[in-house]
Design a protein around this ligand. Sequence first.
Ligand code: DAT
Ligand code: MG
Length: 134
Amino acid sequence: MERTCILLKPDALKRRLAGRIIARIEDKGYIIADARMLQLDEAVLREHYSHLADQSFFPDIVKYMVSGPVLAMIVEGENAVEGTRKIIGATRFEDAAAGTIRGDYAFSTRQNLIHGSDSAESAEIEIGRFFARR
Ligand code: DAT
Ligand code: MG
């Protein structure tokens, strides 16, 4: 059993895709172990996206990610980190295969609907970051 941290980003909620995205995660056999709506701020995004802080597009990511609430979830299952990233699809929306969440719904790389942790270690850090607050 492994845990991962999933965020449904502001565009997923604004476009009312949350139900369909969660259905794909559940259909694959994963369990939604916890969930909460969060309004993120720049400080937490600087931590969460520290690997991108030097990129020219970083301010745009922050602007987008604070534009509305996100739905943070703890998702559990065998190989949950790798398995959910397969369902999510590639970062660049042009590269995301049909049948993946980004491949089927995203039309922008910045606004690519969903975050999934990239390792079991980052999953635990992210769960601490988003589920210890408030
Ligand atoms: P992922 O979300 O697939 O783990 P990442 O961690 O490399 O990808 O990047 C985090 C987010 O930053 C990504 O979901 C969308 C945004 N992003 C990454 N590369 C980008 C780019 N070249 N242009 C615009 N946004 C980008
Ligand atoms: Mg990432």
